[in-house]
Design a protein around this ligand. Structure first.
Ligand SMILES: Nc1nc2c(c(=O)[nH]1)N[C@H]1C(S)=C(S)[C@@H](COP(=O)(O)OP(=O)(O)OC[C@H]3O[C@@H](n4cnc5c(=O)[nH]c(N)nc54)[C@H](O)[C@@H]3O)O[C@H]1N2
Ligand SMILES: Nc1nc2c(c(=O)[nH]1)N[C@H]1C(S)=C(S)[C@@H](COP(=O)(O)OP(=O)(O)OC[C@H]3O[C@@H](n4cnc5c(=O)[nH]c(N)nc54)[C@H](O)[C@@H]3O)O[C@H]1N2
Ligand code: SF4
Ligand SMILES: [Mo]
Length: 766
């Protein structure tokens, strides 16, 4: 049941059937198999067709899972190389339901906005290009050609190419992304904000500055061989479920695992592998040997405390703790770091992270016994004001013991979208390197724009101020992914034209500019036929492996264009005769696009040959050879002040996280099984003592608000749920809580909105 929404930019309130039970202490098992098939059947598949589709996923000749960026193992199991949430992603895109013109004649955008995000996603695949004219409340069908002409018209009416911005979500293939950035630069702007800006940008920046490459250094084999794996700010049981299989293997090889998280996430505690018959029936592997339940944003303090204890251990036993030869040969800045750490007040650090001294000592004991250490991390570290500092502090910690560039050790930022890393490699970047732009100039003979473009935060301001008038989105759901939903909605509404290339309807389509256009596209699992026959695309996973993805399913509609074809036609229309390449010729055969990638992007030598090898190829990663592409050629120790964590009396620090039944802004269902929350998403997880102190009864309705930067933001009627979370910390789900995330509070150096650190006040609902 849904009530009237306060604003069409926000999902309406649902959750009347909310049920709460204690959180689970282990992930997967029988329920995950049941849930996998339930999701396929709900999308109209029969059991045999569900099995046929899932059997193609993540196979060497099949399609890449449209879920997360976790890599596939070399020894893939036939038929079952996927997890429950990968199956949900596949079910969602392969649904048998279709949205035709009749649907859009029936529902105005106002009526659609009153539906839940779940409902919008359940209506089926978009099959026809749609346009919303000024003043109209109904989308109407147009054909692709007319859509391209209208978009070209809007772009050519701009005073400057910088008045347009081109967003990318990380599901876009390498081929589409390469063409897209080339088109955007030939058009004349670097305004290429992307989902990375809200995601792992802090990792790219923090790693780039210190170890000279903005990507992680480890492979799956390293995970399997590590002595110690530290998992910080990540919930793999939900967001990277097959990582649990890799962790299980690491444990079987003797690894110790330390989990650092404000929440005792089920997947960090134990895992019963649904592929192992004995484990389905109740057995499981304990994952974390040690769980450090930190306060939100106290990771810098924790890492400093650990380094402090490591230096003390080194003083007791010189030469046994630090990797001196590595530090001497490969790094700079260690003495300054040592001095800084030595000055720290250990007790204060420990107090601020909220972990006991005994637990820290246990962590140090594990680390001291470890010769090969990996740190994995995700949004719990990057989406903070000091997100870049968090990453640099992880680098400090690893460098001390020479844990980068040897088997079983290294950095592991676990990426989100299945090709978000590849999109960056292909040049989707608002701050492109000089090397990339020089290369584009050499290969294509035009001078690409050299000024930085707008990132996510900057583009919202630019739209609010009328400096960006056309917003084009290659996938994603910018409205609901971006901070401060109401400000972002205002920004989008201010545009002359919004264009979304999408597979499914989402709330972002319902907030419109003067003109709005939706271009439907093929999904990854579908056969993509061009003039030269069936095409495949390529993607890069979180560990730098580039491989093919071949869709074979019948397209949702025979007229659907692929993403590369959409970019090509648009580019042809916009650039006309002054174009650097023959776009339509390129998309006749994607090998031609790959040839251009080979010419332009380092590391793609013999691309077309190597990508046809089963499993693809590994991109060169200098860190693996202990090469650090910084100014001095050495890895850099850096000083990163611990943030001041004091908050006003009565206020709380809120993190926004994902439930088990969502993919970012896509809502698969209203349950979060592992956290014991069913039938509702508008909840705030609170510490029981805090609730008592603030006279908030369990399951009562509360309002959350803040005033950052003088703007009042309110989220009403959330149900308060007692939860094992540290005091003064609370958790909510995104996108429901995005109204509270300030636009102008972002990570220093990376502009990533601080979605895990929002100061709020909570009071009983009025
Ligand atoms: N099924 C599914 N898979 C997904 C996604 C999805 O939505 N659904 N999204 C994809 C994308 S784009 C991404 S980026 C990844 C996201 O993957 P995650 O980063 O795992 O996702 P979040 O839910 O944001 O979880 C962040 C975790 O960090 C913890 N945390 C929050 N604040 C802090 C902190 O200050 N310190 C520490 N140490 N921990 C903290 C939270 O308790 C939570 O466990 O997943 C990808 N995979
Ligand atoms: N408060 C808060 N906000 C956050 C986060 C958070 O943790 N907290 N996380 C941030 C992160 S990590 C990320 S990555 C962003 C995500 O931001 P986005 O990437 O913009 O959002 P998604 O929800 O992944 O996009 C879903 C939409 O993509 C479209 N789509 C799906 N598949 C395809 C395809 O194959 N092709 C095309 N063209 N379109 C497709 C569908 O229309 C679908 O509705 O959100 C960020 N926002
Ligand atoms: S772990 Fe990620 S990539 Fe692998 S099957 Fe699951 S969702 Fe898909
Ligand atoms: Mo992400």
């Amino acid at each position: 049941m849904s009530r009237e929404s306060r604003s069409p930019a926000q999902p309406p309130e649902t959750g009347d059937n909310l049920e709460i039970e204690p959180p689970k202490d282990r992930a997967a098992g029988f329920y995950s198999i049941r849930s996998t098939f339930a999701h396929m059947l709900r999308q109209g598949h029969t059991l045999p067709s569900a099995v046929r589709i899932l059997a193609q996923m993540n196979q060497k000749d099949g399609f890449d899972c449209p879920g997360c960026a976790w890599p596939d193992p070399d020894d893939r199991a036939a038929l079952t190389e996927f997890c429950e949430n990968g199956a949900k992603a596949a079910a969602w895109e392969t649904t048998t339901r279709r949205l035709d013109w009749k649907f859009f004649q029936r529902y105005s955008i106002d009526e659609l906005a009153r539906q839940s995000d779940f409902w919008l996603g359940q209506q089926g695949r978009l099959t026809i290009p749609l346009m919303l004219r000024p003043g109209s409340r109904f989308y109407e069908p147009i054909d692709y050609d007319e859509a391209f002409q209208r978009i070209a018209g809007a772009l050519s009416a701009l005073d400057s190419p910088n008045e347009a911005a081109f967003y990318t979500s990380g599901r876009t293939s390498n081929e589409a992304a390469f063409l897209y950035q080339l088109f955007v630069r030939a058009f004349g702007t670097n305004n290429l904000p992307d989902c990375s800006n809200m995601c792992h940008e802090s990792s790219s920046v923090g790693l780039g500055e210190t170890v000279g490459i903005g990507k992680g250094s480890v492979t799956l084999d390293d995970i399997h061989q590590a002595d110690t794996i530290i998992i910080m700010g990540q919930n793999p049981g939900t967001n990277h479920p097959r990582m649990l299989t890799a962790l299980q293997k690491a444990k079987a090889n003797g690894a110790r695992i330390i989990a650092v998280n404000p929440l005792p996430e089920a997947g960090l505690m134990s895992f019963s592998n649904p592929k192992k018959p004995m484990q389905i029936l109740g057995g499981s592997t304990r994952i974390a040997d040690l769980f450090l339940q930190v306060q939100i944003n106290s990771d810098v303090a924790l890492l400093k405390a650990l380094m402090c204890l490591l230096l003390e251990a080194e003083a007791r036993s010189p030469g046994d703790v630090l990797d001196d030869p590595f530090i001497q040969q490969h790094t700079e800045g260690f003495e300054a770091l040592r001095a800084h750490i030595t000055e720290q007040d250990l007790d204060a650090l420990i107090a601020s992270c909220g972990v006991s001294r005994e637990q820290l000592d246990q962590a140090v004991e594990i680390i001291l016994r470890s010769r090969k250490t990996i740190v994995c991390w995700a949004m719990g570290l990057t989406q903070h004001k000091n997100g870049v500092g968090n990453v640099r502090e992880i680098v400090n910690f690893l460098l001390m013991r020479g844990s980068i560039g040897k088997p079983g050790a290294g950095t592991c930022p676990v990426r989100g979208h299945s090709n978000v890393q590849g999109d960056r490699t292909m040049g989707i970047h608002d701050r492109p390197s000089k090397a990339l732009l020089d290369r584009i100039q050499e290969v294509f003979g035009f001078d690409p724009p050299r000024d930085d473009g707008f990132n996510t935060v900057e583009v919202i301001h630019a739209m609010l101020e009328g400096r960006v008038k056309v917003f084009f989105a290659m996938g994603g759901n910018f409205l609901q992914a971006a901070p401060d939903t109401e400000q972002s909605a205002r920004a989008l509404r201010n545009c002359e034209m919004l264009v979304h290339v999408s597979t499914k309807l989402n709330r972002g389509h319902l907030i419109h500019g003067k003109w709005s256009i939706i271009l439907p596209c093929l999904a990854r699992s579908e056969a993509d036929h061009q003039a030269f026959g069936a095409q495949f695309v390529t993607v890069e996973n979180s560990m730098g492996i580039v491989h093919s993805s071949q869709g074979r399913l019948k397209p949702a509609h025979p007229n659907l264009y692929s993403e590369p074809a959409i970019v090509a036609q648009l580019a042809q229309e916009v650039l006309g005769p002054e174009t650097p390449v023959d776009w339509c010729w390129l998309v006749e055969d994607y090998d031609r696009i790959r040839d251009l990638i080979e010419k332009t992007i380092p590391g793609f030598e013999s691309f077309n040959t190597r990508v046809r090898e089963p499993g693809g190829f590994h991109l060169y990663n200098s860190n693996r050879e202990r090469k650090f592409n910084t100014k001095s050629g050495k890895a850099r120790f850096t000083i990163n002040p611990a943030p001041d964590l004091t908050i006003p009396d009565g206020a709380f620090r809120m993190m926004t996280v994902r439930s088990h039944d969502q993919y970012n802004t896509t809502i698969y269902g209203e349950d979060d099984r592992y956290r014991g929350i069913h039938g509702g998403r508008r909840v705030v997880l609170m510490n029981e003592d805090d609730m008592r102190e603030a006279s908030i009864a369990p399951r009562s309705l509360v309002d959350l608000e803040n005033n950052f930067g003088g703007r009042r933001r309110v989220a009403q009627r959330f149900t308060a749920v007692p939860y094992p979370i540290p005091r003064r910390c609370v958790g909510t789900y995104f996108p429901e809580a995005n109204v509270l995330v300030p636009l102008d509070r972002f990570a220093e150096g990376s502009f990533t909105p601080t979605s895990k650190d929002v100061i709020v006040r909570i009071s009983p609902s009025r």
